[in-house]
Design a protein around this ligand. Sequence first.
Ligand code: FMN
Length: 204
Amino acid sequence: MASAAATSSAASGPPVGARGQDPAARGVGADHFRALAGSLPTGVCVLTTLDAAGRPVGMTSGAVCGLSRVPPLLLACLDTTSRTLGALLQRATFGVNILAADAAWLSDRFAGDAPDRFAGVPWTPGPHGIPILTEGVVAHAICEVYRTVHAGDHLIVLGLITDGEHHPDADPLLYHRHHYSGFQPHSSAERSRTPRDTPHPATI
Ligand SMILES: Cc1cc2nc3c(=O)[nH]c(=O)nc-3n(C[C@H](O)[C@H](O)[C@H](O)COP(=O)(O)O)c2cc1C
């Protein structure tokens, strides 16, 4: 079991712009939120850990991103009703398995109601016994829970990356507006057809 001291911290001070009113009442409605948030394409990960009995558990998450280089942190956002969340906090260690383009079935499996999400899924125990998916991934990271932040109906979990591996030749699975797709790198010919001739500031 990991020794990381997980701390939970609320954002300091009231939410910016709350102005004493209920933020939920001032924000857009749920359908509007889903349409806006779903417009942003994401990668797809399977977060894994062990439950109190040492059984592998996991769930699909698109809300994962790299955060800090020093120390090396990533973040994942989990619904507070998630069953995986409780195990992950208790174990204080988790795996982030970044899915490959041909692994939409793994995303569906770990988001669905199969009685055993790991049935037929190739995996191996990694550091601290954390399940690592061995097929259908472009990379995996092992994280200790570094800090948690409450944000509405989700908990942001910051993970200190202590181990990991990536497969540079594999393409990632993407998720956009409730559909999966693959990754299509722009060829240099396509790039040359961009509307502006002026170089992007980052390339100057
Ligand atoms: C592509 C995709 C991305 C998802 N991203 C998240 C996410 O970032 N956070 C989350 O809490 N649920 C997310 N979900 C939903 C969970 O995977 C789903 O609710 C799952 O059943 C939770 O499992 P659990 O309750 O056993 O932890 C996503 C589902 C899909 C299909």
